[in-house]
Write a protein that binds this ligand. Sequence first.
Ligand SMILES: Nc1ncnc2c1ncn2[C@@H]1O[C@H](COP(=O)(O)OP(=O)(O)OP(=O)(O)O)[C@@H](O)[C@H]1O
Length: 294
Amino acid sequence: MLSVKNLVKWIEGQAVLEDISFSIEQGTITGLIGRNGVGKTTLLRSLVGILDPDQGEVLFEGKNIAINPEVKQSIVFVPDSFTTFNNYHVKELIQLYDAIYEDFDVSYFYELLQRFNLPNNRKVRSFSRGMKALLFIILSISTKAKLIILDEPTNGLDAIAKRQILQFLLEEVSESQLSLLISSHHLDELEKISDTIIMMRAGKIESVISMEDAKLHYKKLQVVFKDGIMPEEILQLSHVEEISRIGRVHTLLIKGNVNETVQILHEYQPLLLEQLPMSLEDMFVSALGGDGIV
Ligand SMILES: Nc1ncnc2c1ncn2[C@@H]1O[C@H](COP(=O)(O)OP(=O)(O)OP(=O)(O)O)[C@@H](O)[C@H]1O
């Protein structure tokens, strides 16, 4: 559905995006993660034409978005800040979206407004941060676009609103074959809803991995030895990484064949050896933990 090919973006003499390529399939949720300043927002803005890439292209259903502006009807970007719209009344926003997006569904918008208990008789300025986030997610869904790109969508939402909106996004994806690309630092949320995770590092793609593969290929083990010391042989294994140590409890991240590692660990007769659920945060820390802020 969306195909990004060799995207490069320079800002003020600095390469912010370097040779970015990936694709997004219909009806899927892709999470975009990476440390602060790696270029996530710049990438999202380049995908929708707010920024012009210096090299490379973005194809939506085979059409280059730079020379086929009508394609932008099918892609909606929800930014992480809504100050531009502060002076708009909700009704003016509806008129604006209705004028821009041919398939904007006004009655569905009002239905969603009611579902999320948002007022329709006020200016955006009077909404809280979380209410604004909800409002713009609802607006984007009501456009009936095929791809919605969200930059930090759950920032400022309370725990209940977060759950509601994530559940709602999942429903929309399964019912209407919508695709979502979501940039977020809330890895626990992305882990629950994403099919694929794109990890960025210093303006480049570090990895693209399906959550299914990630769960198969990464495992987390907790191990305690009598003398509290992790055998050097284990630390030397290239697919094993010690991600934390609290007292005598060592936590290991295993990439690849976990059975082989467990067998070796058993030879050292540990007092405790147990497998823990692997989280996206573990993968993130393992892959990017050594990086400073870029
Ligand atoms: N308008 C701009 N002028 C100068 N530098 C910019 C501009 N926009 C982005 N940058 C730089 O580009 C890099 C990437 O910024 P970007 O906002 O895309 O990162 P990010 O991954 O979204 O970060 P965060 O997770 O903190 O939101 C940073 O080094 C930033 O300083």
